[in-house]
Write a protein that binds this ligand. Structure first.
Ligand SMILES: NC(=O)c1ccc[n+]([C@@H]2O[C@H](COP(=O)([O-])OP(=O)(O)OC[C@H]3O[C@@H](n4cnc5c(N)ncnc54)[C@H](OP(=O)(O)O)[C@@H]3O)[C@@H](O)[C@H]2O)c1
Length: 335
C-alpha cells in the first residue's frame, strides 16, 4: 500500500485514516465492542492514522482509544488529537480555549487519558476568536520542543490563518471537510496548503453518511438530522444527487461510498480521507475504495453526477457555521 505524506514535514501514513468521533458522540449510540473491533480491524489492515478529540464524548473517545492502544504497538500509530472545544456536563458547547495555558492544560489531560507520553499531531479544533493563532501555535510548538507533541495541525481555518500559523511553526496538515458535496476548499484553502507544503486530512468525505448510499430518510432520531443537509427538501435534493452517483458507482461495480472515497483520494496525493466507520462492515467497504482506480473520465463522470456547489443546505447549522474560520470571506456556506 503506497503511503501518503502528511505535508512536507509530517509522517507518511496509510492513505485512509480512521476517525473515532462517531464511536463516542454526535451520531447516536455506538456499540463499544464493535467500535473496538473496528479499530483493531483498521490497524490490522495497515491504517495507522487515528483521529480523535478530547471533547468527543468529553473524554470518552480518548479513553476508548487508550483501551485500544493497549492491544497494539503504539509507536507505529499516529495519534491526531483536537483540543480547545469546551463542553458542559450536558455536552453543550460552551466555548473554545486556544490560549497558551489552555493548550498546555488540555494536552496534559489528553496525555493522561491516552496513557501515552506524546501526541503525534495536535491541533486546535477551531480558531479561538479571542486568541491570535500565533499564540496558540506558539504554545503547541513549546510542547513540541518539550517532546509531548511531534507535529502541529490545524482544523477548519482560512488560508490567511494557515499562513499566519505556518510562519510560527511547520504545519503538517489541515483537517477540514472535503467531499463531493463540500468542495469549498478548492478555491483558496487547498492552493494555500499546497503552496506551503501542508497536507489535507479530509473529514466528512461521506458527508457524515449522507453520501454513503445507505442513508435512511426515516432516521429522524439520529442527531445528524439536525444538520441542514439532512432536513426536508434539502435532504430530498441531496439524496437525488446520491442516486446520480449510484449510477456511476454501479458502472464501476462499486458502492456509492467507495466511489465518494475514491474521488477524494483521486483529488491529490496530499489528501488523506478520514473515514468515520464505526463498524467493521463499513470499514471494509471504505477500504475497498483503495482498489478502485479512477481514470480522469471516471472523475469527470462523478463530478457530473454531483457537480460543485450542487448540495442543498449549509454544512453546519447557523451556530456551527459561525464557528468556522474556514468559511470567512462571504461564501455562501454550501461548501
Ligand atoms: N475537524 C473537524 O472539525 C471534524 C469534524 C467532524 C469530523 N472530524 C473527524 O473526521 C472523522 C470522520 O468524519 P465523519 O464521521 O463526518 O465522516 P464520514 O466518513 O463522512 O461519515 C461517517 C458516517 O458514514 C457512515 N458510513 C456509511 N458507509 C460508510 C463506509 N463505507 N465507510 C465509512 N463510513 C460509512 C458511517 O456509518 P456507521 O455509523 O454505520 O459506521 C458513519 O456514520 C471523525 O470521526 C472525526 O475524527 C473532524
Amino acid at each position: 500500500m503506497t503511503q501518503r505524506a502528511l505535508g512536507a514535514t509530517g509522517p507518511s501514513v496509510h492513505p485512509l485514516g480512521l476517525g473515532l468521533m462517531g464511536m463516542s458522540d454526535f451520531y447516536g449510540p455506538a456499540d463499544t465492542a464493535e467500535s473496538h473491533a473496528t479499530i483493531d480491524a483498521a490497524i490490522e489492515a495497515g491504517m495507522d492514522l487515528l483521529d480523535t478529540g478530547d471533547f468527543y464524548g468529553s473524554g470518552h473517545n480518548e479513553l476508548l482509544l487508550r483501551e485500544a492502544l493497549r492491544r497494539h504497538d503504539r509507536d507505529r500509530l499516529r495519534l491526531s488529537v483536537k483540543f480547545g472545544a469546551m463542553r458542559d456536563p450536558h455536552g453543550d458547547l460552551v466555548g473554545f480555549d486556544g490560549s497558551p495555558a489552555g493548550v498546555k492544560n488540555s494536552l496534559a489531560q489528553t496525555l493522561q487519558r491516552l496513557g501515552t507520553d506524546h501526541v503525534d499531531i495536535y491541533r486546535p479544533a477551531r480558531l479561538d476568536p479571542r486568541v491570535p493563532i500565533e499564540e496558540t501555535v506558539g504554545a503547541i510548538s513549546e510542547m513540541v520542543e518539550a517532546g509531548h507533541v511531534r507535529h502541529i495541525g490545524l482544523s477548519e481555518v482560512s488560508a490567511d490563518t494557515i499562513r499566519r500559523a505556518a510562519a510560527v511553526h511547520p504545519i503538517v496538515d489541515l483537517q477540514i471537510e472535503y467531499s463531493l458535496l463540500s468542495r469549498g476548499i478548492e478555491a483558496e484553502i487547498l492552493p494555500a496548503c499546497r503552496e506551503l507544503g501542508i497536507g489535507i486530512t479530509a473529514y466528512g468525505v461521506l458527508s457524515r453518511g449522507l453520501l454513503s448510499g445507505r442513508w435512511d430518510r426515516n432516521q429522524h432520531e439520529d442527531p445528524r438530522s439536525r444538520f441542514p443537509r439532512f432536513q426536508g427538501e434539502n435532504l430530498d435534493h441531496n439524496l437525488g444527487l446520491v442516486e446520480q452517483l449510484r449510477s456511476v458507482a454501479e458502472e464501476k461495480g462499486a458502492d456509492v461510498a467507495q466511489v465518494a472515497i475514491a474521488w477524494a483520494l483521486a483529488k491529490g496525493e496530499d489528501i488523506v480521507p478520514l473515514v468515520g466507520a464505526r463498524r467493521r462492515e463499513r470499514l471494509n467497504e471504505a477500504l475497498g475504495a483503495l482498489d478502485l482506480r479512477l481514470t480522469a473520465e471516471d472523475v469527470a463522470a462523478i463530478e457530473r453526477a454531483v457537480p460543485p456547489e450542487s448540495a442543498a443546505g449549509q454544512r453546519y447549522d447557523e451556530h456551527g457555521m459561525a464557528l468556522l474560520d474556514s468559511e470567512r470571506g462571504g461564501r455562501d456556506g454550501t461548501s
